[in-house]
Design a binder for this molecule. Structure first.
Ligand code: DC
Length: 222
């Protein structure tokens, strides 16, 4: 069974997907991590970002692995966890450009599809419910007000309540990022739209788990 969770940056997709996967005994796959791993590997090879081409980047194919774990697939570079590098500012600054290359998108999609062949998965990203799993059993599209997304992201990063001017600055960055990722971020026509602005993370997870139970009890058609 495949559950897709798509939505814009900082809408809480990955943490929600991870939690839902844990509740259902599924594996979590973070498709954004593959774009980030590809970008991190490219930066290790060359910081001349303007010269990057999809075919040169794809030479790193064998260096990047999606490895099933206890709860989530881990994205490894050269056999090692590189989460700090993958989530760092250099990768974040260039990943949108990499994610716009059609051959890189095809590579990520193929890796994610392969991961789903042998496992029940909750996959998060931008276009999992459209480009990759159009027949997913359940599709969720998560949105939240940009100010609230910025506030949550800062709490996570700073470990304290941010001031309004900090939230305003982060909101501005997020809205810019929404713009650069907009062509890739697609809500499937049959996705359940979940606005989490006024929901706690527990409430979001409960709703998605309840929807997953509902679809698994749905009588077969055809
Ligand atoms: O969700 P994230 O911030 O880790 O995503 C990193 C980048 O990859 C971001 O620019 C959006 C892009 N992305 C995408 O285009 N399609 C996906 N399925 C997942 C992420």
């Amino acid at each position: 069974m495949v559950i897709t969770i798509d939505g814009p940056a900082a809408s809480g997709k990955s943490s929600t997907a991870q939690w839902v996967a844990e509740r259902l005994g599924f594996q979590h796959v973070d498709s954004g991590a593959l774009y980030r791993a590809m970008t991190a590997t490219a930066l290790r090879v060359s910081t001349d970002v303007a010269s990057w081409t999809a075919s040169a980047l794809l030479e790193a194919d064998a260096r990047i692995a999606l490895q099933p774990g206890a709860k989530s697939f881990a994205t490894l570079i050269d056999g090692e966890c590189a989460d700090a590098e993958m989530r760092g500012p250099d990768v974040t600054a260039h990943v949108s450009r990499v994610a716009q290359m059609p051959d890189i998108r095809a590579w990520v999609n193929e890796r994610v599809r392969r991961a789903a062949e042998r496992h029940d998965v909750v996959v998060d990203g931008r276009d999992m419910g459209t480009a990759v799993f159009p027949d997913a059993a359940l599709k969720i599209f998560l949105i939240a007000d940009p100010w609230e997304r910025a506030r949550r992201r800062l709490i996570q990063r700073l470990g304290r309540s941010p001031a309004d001017d900090e939230i305003a600055e982060e909101t501005d960055l997020l809205v810019q990022r929404d713009g650069s990722d907009s062509t890739q971020t697609v809500q499937a026509r049959d996705a359940v739209l979940l606005d989490t602005t006024y929901l706690t993370q527990e409430e979001q997870v409960e709703r998605i788990v309840a929807l997953a139970h509902a679809v698994s009890h749905r009588p077969a058609t055809g």
